[in-house]
Design a protein around this ligand. Structure first.
Ligand SMILES: Cc1cc2nc3c(=O)[nH]c(=O)nc-3n(C[C@H](O)[C@H](O)[C@H](O)COP(=O)(O)OP(=O)(O)OC[C@H]3O[C@@H](n4cnc5c(N)ncnc54)[C@H](O)[C@@H]3O)c2cc1C
Length: 279
Protein backbone atom coordinates (compact mmCIF):
# COMPACT_ATOMS: atom_id res chain seq x y z
CA UNK A 1 0.00 0.00 0.00
CA UNK A 2 1.31 3.50 -0.82
CA UNK A 3 2.21 5.58 2.24
CA UNK A 4 0.27 8.79 2.83
CA UNK A 5 3.02 11.46 2.77
CA UNK A 6 0.98 13.76 5.03
CA UNK A 7 0.93 11.37 7.98
CA UNK A 8 3.75 12.23 10.38
CA UNK A 9 5.80 9.44 11.89
CA UNK A 10 6.34 9.43 15.66
CA UNK A 11 9.84 10.42 16.76
CA UNK A 12 11.16 10.47 20.32
CA UNK A 13 13.25 13.28 21.75
CA UNK A 14 16.55 11.67 22.78
CA UNK A 15 18.33 14.82 23.97
CA UNK A 16 17.82 18.57 24.19
CA UNK A 17 20.64 21.08 24.16
CA UNK A 18 20.10 24.74 25.01
CA UNK A 19 21.96 26.77 22.36
CA UNK A 20 20.87 30.31 23.33
CA UNK A 21 18.17 31.83 25.56
CA UNK A 22 15.47 31.07 22.93
CA UNK A 23 16.96 28.25 20.81
CA UNK A 24 17.42 24.54 21.48
CA UNK A 25 18.80 21.61 19.50
CA UNK A 26 16.62 18.52 19.65
CA UNK A 27 18.11 15.10 18.97
CA UNK A 28 15.37 12.86 17.59
CA UNK A 29 14.96 9.24 16.48
CA UNK A 30 11.96 7.64 14.85
CA UNK A 31 10.15 5.33 17.26
CA UNK A 32 9.87 2.66 14.56
CA UNK A 33 13.35 1.33 13.74
CA UNK A 34 12.38 0.74 10.11
CA UNK A 35 11.45 4.44 9.75
CA UNK A 36 14.88 5.36 11.12
CA UNK A 37 16.67 2.98 8.74
CA UNK A 38 14.79 4.36 5.74
CA UNK A 39 15.37 8.01 6.68
CA UNK A 40 18.16 9.80 4.83
CA UNK A 41 18.57 13.44 3.89
CA UNK A 42 20.88 15.87 2.14
CA UNK A 43 22.36 19.03 3.74
CA UNK A 44 19.87 21.88 3.37
CA UNK A 45 16.72 19.73 3.37
CA UNK A 46 14.02 20.13 6.02
CA UNK A 47 11.40 18.12 7.89
CA UNK A 48 7.91 19.18 8.90
CA UNK A 49 7.70 18.65 12.65
CA UNK A 50 4.39 18.46 14.50
CA UNK A 51 3.23 18.68 18.07
CA UNK A 52 0.06 16.60 18.16
CA UNK A 53 -3.03 18.73 18.65
CA UNK A 54 -1.08 21.97 18.11
CA UNK A 55 0.26 22.11 14.56
CA UNK A 56 3.28 21.60 12.36
CA UNK A 57 6.03 23.69 10.75
CA UNK A 58 9.16 23.23 8.65
CA UNK A 59 12.58 23.03 10.29
CA UNK A 60 15.96 22.46 8.66
CA UNK A 61 17.72 19.23 9.52
CA UNK A 62 20.91 20.35 11.22
CA UNK A 63 22.78 17.10 11.92
CA UNK A 64 25.44 15.18 10.01
CA UNK A 65 23.65 13.46 7.13
CA UNK A 66 25.84 10.38 7.52
CA UNK A 67 24.66 9.89 11.10
CA UNK A 68 22.00 7.16 10.76
CA UNK A 69 20.97 6.64 14.42
CA UNK A 70 19.37 10.05 14.96
CA UNK A 71 18.77 13.47 13.39
CA UNK A 72 18.69 16.97 14.84
CA UNK A 73 16.66 20.17 14.58
CA UNK A 74 17.68 23.52 16.05
CA UNK A 75 14.54 25.50 16.81
CA UNK A 76 14.00 29.07 17.93
CA UNK A 77 10.97 29.84 20.09
CA UNK A 78 8.98 32.47 18.17
CA UNK A 79 5.29 31.57 18.46
CA UNK A 80 2.66 28.94 19.12
CA UNK A 81 4.20 25.71 17.81
CA UNK A 82 7.77 26.56 18.71
CA UNK A 83 6.51 27.61 22.16
CA UNK A 84 5.05 24.10 22.66
CA UNK A 85 8.25 22.49 21.33
CA UNK A 86 10.21 24.57 23.83
CA UNK A 87 8.20 23.01 26.67
CA UNK A 88 8.90 19.39 25.63
CA UNK A 89 11.21 17.08 27.57
CA UNK A 90 13.51 14.16 26.71
CA UNK A 91 11.29 11.12 26.06
CA UNK A 92 8.39 13.15 24.64
CA UNK A 93 7.08 12.24 21.18
CA UNK A 94 6.67 14.58 18.19
CA UNK A 95 5.52 13.89 14.62
CA UNK A 96 7.97 14.16 11.73
CA UNK A 97 7.43 13.99 7.98
CA UNK A 98 10.12 14.53 5.38
CA UNK A 99 12.80 15.09 4.32
CA UNK A 100 11.68 17.70 1.80
CA UNK A 101 13.18 20.17 -0.62
CA UNK A 102 16.32 20.75 -2.61
CA UNK A 103 19.40 21.32 -0.47
CA UNK A 104 22.85 22.78 -1.08
CA UNK A 105 24.56 21.61 -4.31
CA UNK A 106 27.42 19.73 -2.65
CA UNK A 107 27.91 17.30 -5.56
CA UNK A 108 28.27 20.12 -8.12
CA UNK A 109 30.49 22.09 -5.72
CA UNK A 110 33.18 19.39 -5.63
CA UNK A 111 36.57 20.87 -6.49
CA UNK A 112 35.52 24.45 -5.71
CA UNK A 113 36.16 26.75 -2.76
CA UNK A 114 33.16 27.13 -0.44
CA UNK A 115 32.14 30.36 1.24
CA UNK A 116 29.42 30.13 3.91
CA UNK A 117 27.69 33.31 5.07
CA UNK A 118 25.18 32.82 7.88
CA UNK A 119 23.14 35.08 10.13
CA UNK A 120 21.59 33.95 13.44
CA UNK A 121 19.50 30.77 13.15
CA UNK A 122 20.58 30.69 9.47
CA UNK A 123 23.59 28.63 10.55
CA UNK A 124 21.26 25.66 11.28
CA UNK A 125 20.87 24.42 7.66
CA UNK A 126 24.59 25.06 7.01
CA UNK A 127 25.93 22.95 9.89
CA UNK A 128 25.40 19.72 7.85
CA UNK A 129 27.44 21.34 5.03
CA UNK A 130 30.35 21.95 7.41
CA UNK A 131 30.09 18.38 8.74
CA UNK A 132 29.96 17.00 5.18
CA UNK A 133 33.03 18.97 4.06
CA UNK A 134 34.91 17.86 7.20
CA UNK A 135 34.15 14.22 6.35
CA UNK A 136 35.05 14.59 2.66
CA UNK A 137 37.76 17.21 2.98
CA UNK A 138 39.66 16.20 -0.18
CA UNK A 139 36.61 16.79 -2.39
CA UNK A 140 36.51 20.56 -1.83
CA UNK A 141 38.80 23.58 -1.96
CA UNK A 142 39.07 26.08 0.90
CA UNK A 143 36.22 26.57 3.38
CA UNK A 144 35.53 30.05 4.74
CA UNK A 145 32.68 30.61 7.20
CA UNK A 146 31.39 34.09 8.02
CA UNK A 147 28.89 34.04 10.88
CA UNK A 148 27.03 36.95 12.42
CA UNK A 149 24.54 37.12 15.28
CA UNK A 150 22.90 39.86 17.31
CA UNK A 151 25.08 39.34 20.39
CA UNK A 152 27.69 36.73 21.45
CA UNK A 153 24.92 35.01 23.46
CA UNK A 154 22.82 34.57 20.30
CA UNK A 155 25.45 32.49 18.51
CA UNK A 156 24.62 28.84 17.80
CA UNK A 157 26.96 25.83 17.98
CA UNK A 158 29.68 27.83 19.79
CA UNK A 159 31.09 24.66 21.39
CA UNK A 160 31.84 23.32 17.89
CA UNK A 161 33.79 26.37 16.66
CA UNK A 162 37.21 25.02 17.76
CA UNK A 163 36.50 21.76 15.96
CA UNK A 164 35.56 23.68 12.79
CA UNK A 165 38.75 25.77 12.99
CA UNK A 166 40.74 22.51 13.01
CA UNK A 167 39.31 21.37 9.65
CA UNK A 168 42.19 21.85 7.21
CA UNK A 169 42.13 24.97 4.99
CA UNK A 170 39.17 26.39 6.95
CA UNK A 171 38.65 29.89 8.32
CA UNK A 172 35.88 30.92 10.72
CA UNK A 173 35.19 34.64 11.06
CA UNK A 174 32.69 35.92 13.62
CA UNK A 175 30.87 39.18 14.17
CA UNK A 176 28.01 40.45 16.34
CA UNK A 177 25.79 43.50 16.05
CA UNK A 178 26.43 44.48 19.66
CA UNK A 179 28.39 43.34 22.72
CA UNK A 180 26.59 43.69 26.06
CA UNK A 181 28.54 45.49 28.80
CA UNK A 182 30.94 43.22 30.66
CA UNK A 183 31.06 40.55 27.93
CA UNK A 184 34.48 39.77 26.47
CA UNK A 185 34.39 39.52 22.66
CA UNK A 186 37.67 39.13 20.75
CA UNK A 187 36.00 39.15 17.29
CA UNK A 188 34.38 41.79 15.08
CA UNK A 189 31.40 44.05 15.82
CA UNK A 190 29.00 44.94 13.01
CA UNK A 191 26.62 43.22 10.60
CA UNK A 192 27.91 40.11 8.81
CA UNK A 193 28.95 42.06 5.69
CA UNK A 194 31.49 43.86 7.96
CA UNK A 195 33.54 40.67 7.54
CA UNK A 196 33.78 41.13 3.76
CA UNK A 197 36.88 43.28 4.18
CA UNK A 198 38.66 40.15 5.51
CA UNK A 199 37.21 37.82 2.84
CA UNK A 200 39.87 35.49 1.46
CA UNK A 201 37.74 33.34 -0.90
CA UNK A 202 38.27 34.39 -4.51
CA UNK A 203 35.16 34.31 -6.69
CA UNK A 204 36.78 32.62 -9.72
CA UNK A 205 36.37 29.03 -8.53
CA UNK A 206 34.01 29.37 -5.59
CA UNK A 207 30.39 29.06 -4.57
CA UNK A 208 28.71 30.97 -1.74
CA UNK A 209 26.05 29.36 0.49
CA UNK A 210 24.00 32.02 2.29
CA UNK A 211 21.26 31.74 4.92
CA UNK A 212 19.81 34.25 7.33
CA UNK A 213 17.08 36.89 7.55
CA UNK A 214 16.06 38.07 4.07
CA UNK A 215 17.32 41.60 4.68
CA UNK A 216 20.74 40.20 5.62
CA UNK A 217 20.80 38.02 2.49
CA UNK A 218 19.98 41.09 0.39
CA UNK A 219 23.12 42.91 1.57
CA UNK A 220 25.25 39.77 1.40
CA UNK A 221 24.21 39.18 -2.23
CA UNK A 222 25.02 42.79 -3.16
CA UNK A 223 28.44 42.53 -1.50
CA UNK A 224 29.23 39.24 -3.22
CA UNK A 225 28.19 40.54 -6.64
CA UNK A 226 30.42 43.60 -6.11
CA UNK A 227 33.30 41.25 -5.28
CA UNK A 228 32.90 39.36 -8.55
CA UNK A 229 30.71 36.39 -7.56
CA UNK A 230 28.28 35.51 -10.37
CA UNK A 231 24.52 35.26 -9.79
CA UNK A 232 24.70 31.53 -10.45
CA UNK A 233 27.46 30.94 -7.88
CA UNK A 234 25.43 32.42 -4.98
CA UNK A 235 23.02 29.96 -3.30
CA UNK A 236 20.39 31.16 -0.82
CA UNK A 237 18.08 29.20 1.47
CA UNK A 238 14.69 30.92 1.35
CA UNK A 239 12.09 30.89 4.11
CA UNK A 240 8.36 31.10 3.51
CA UNK A 241 5.32 30.05 5.51
CA UNK A 242 4.49 26.52 4.36
CA UNK A 243 1.72 24.01 4.64
CA UNK A 244 1.99 20.80 2.59
CA UNK A 245 5.76 20.65 1.96
CA UNK A 246 5.09 18.80 -1.29
CA UNK A 247 4.49 21.55 -3.86
CA UNK A 248 0.71 21.10 -3.83
CA UNK A 249 -0.92 23.82 -1.75
CA UNK A 250 0.92 26.90 -3.05
CA UNK A 251 1.28 28.47 0.41
CA UNK A 252 5.04 28.99 -0.02
CA UNK A 253 5.01 30.13 -3.64
CA UNK A 254 7.27 32.94 -4.85
CA UNK A 255 5.97 33.58 -8.36
CA UNK A 256 6.08 30.21 -10.14
CA UNK A 257 8.49 28.64 -7.64
CA UNK A 258 7.48 26.54 -4.65
CA UNK A 259 9.98 27.08 -1.82
CA UNK A 260 9.16 23.63 -0.39
CA UNK A 261 9.72 21.67 -3.60
CA UNK A 262 11.94 23.81 -5.88
CA UNK A 263 13.95 25.14 -2.89
CA UNK A 264 14.46 26.05 -0.14
CA UNK A 265 17.91 26.48 -1.74
CA UNK A 266 17.93 28.57 -4.93
CA UNK A 267 20.66 30.33 -6.88
CA UNK A 268 20.42 34.10 -6.87
CA UNK A 269 20.02 33.82 -10.64
CA UNK A 270 16.76 31.90 -10.08
CA UNK A 271 15.52 34.22 -7.34
CA UNK A 272 16.43 37.62 -8.83
CA UNK A 273 13.60 37.84 -11.41
CA UNK A 274 10.85 36.65 -9.03
CA UNK A 275 8.27 38.96 -7.42
CA UNK A 276 7.40 39.15 -3.72
CA UNK A 277 10.80 39.12 -2.10
CA UNK A 278 13.17 41.77 -0.86
CA UNK A 279 16.30 40.31 -2.36
C1 LIG B 1 12.49 25.64 4.84
C2 LIG B 1 12.38 26.24 6.22
C3 LIG B 1 13.30 25.87 7.19
C4 LIG B 1 13.20 26.39 8.48
N1 LIG B 1 14.13 26.00 9.40
C5 LIG B 1 14.05 26.48 10.64
C6 LIG B 1 14.99 26.05 11.63
O1 LIG B 1 15.91 25.26 11.36
N2 LIG B 1 14.83 26.55 12.88
C7 LIG B 1 13.84 27.43 13.22
O2 LIG B 1 13.76 27.83 14.37
N3 LIG B 1 12.95 27.86 12.30
C8 LIG B 1 13.01 27.39 11.04
N4 LIG B 1 12.09 27.80 10.11
C9 LIG B 1 11.03 28.75 10.52
C10 LIG B 1 9.92 28.02 11.25
O3 LIG B 1 9.22 27.18 10.35
C11 LIG B 1 8.94 29.06 11.86
O4 LIG B 1 9.64 29.79 12.82
C12 LIG B 1 7.74 28.37 12.50
O5 LIG B 1 6.76 28.19 11.52
C13 LIG B 1 7.17 29.19 13.61
O6 LIG B 1 6.02 28.53 14.09
P1 LIG B 1 5.22 29.05 15.35
O7 LIG B 1 3.88 28.35 15.34
O8 LIG B 1 6.04 28.89 16.58
O9 LIG B 1 5.06 30.60 15.08
P2 LIG B 1 3.73 31.40 14.79
O10 LIG B 1 2.91 31.42 16.04
O11 LIG B 1 3.11 30.87 13.55
O12 LIG B 1 4.34 32.83 14.48
C14 LIG B 1 5.03 33.60 15.43
C15 LIG B 1 5.55 34.88 14.79
O13 LIG B 1 6.60 34.60 13.87
C16 LIG B 1 6.19 34.95 12.56
N5 LIG B 1 6.63 33.86 11.71
C17 LIG B 1 6.56 32.57 11.99
N6 LIG B 1 7.10 31.84 11.01
C18 LIG B 1 7.51 32.70 10.07
C19 LIG B 1 8.14 32.57 8.82
N7 LIG B 1 8.47 31.37 8.32
N8 LIG B 1 8.41 33.69 8.12
C20 LIG B 1 8.10 34.88 8.62
N9 LIG B 1 7.51 35.08 9.81
C21 LIG B 1 7.21 34.00 10.52
C22 LIG B 1 4.70 35.08 12.60
O14 LIG B 1 4.22 35.98 11.63
C23 LIG B 1 4.50 35.61 14.00
O15 LIG B 1 4.80 36.98 14.07
C24 LIG B 1 12.18 27.32 8.80
C25 LIG B 1 11.25 27.69 7.83
C26 LIG B 1 11.36 27.17 6.55
C27 LIG B 1 10.36 27.58 5.51
Amino acid sequence: MTENPFIPKPAVIKAIKQQTHDTKTYTLAFVNEEDMKRFSFKPGQFNIVSVFGVGEAPFSITSDCEEREFFEHTIRRVGTLTGFLDGLKVGDIVGVRGPYGRGWPLEDAKGTDILIVAGGIGLAPLRPVIKHIARHRGDYGSLEILYGARTPGDMLFTDEFDEWRKISDTTLRLTVDAVPKGVEWPHRVGVVTTLFDELSTKPENAVAFVCGPEIMMRFVVRGLLERGFSKSSIYLSMERRMRCGLGMCGRCQIGPKYVCRDGPVFTYEEIAPLPDKIL
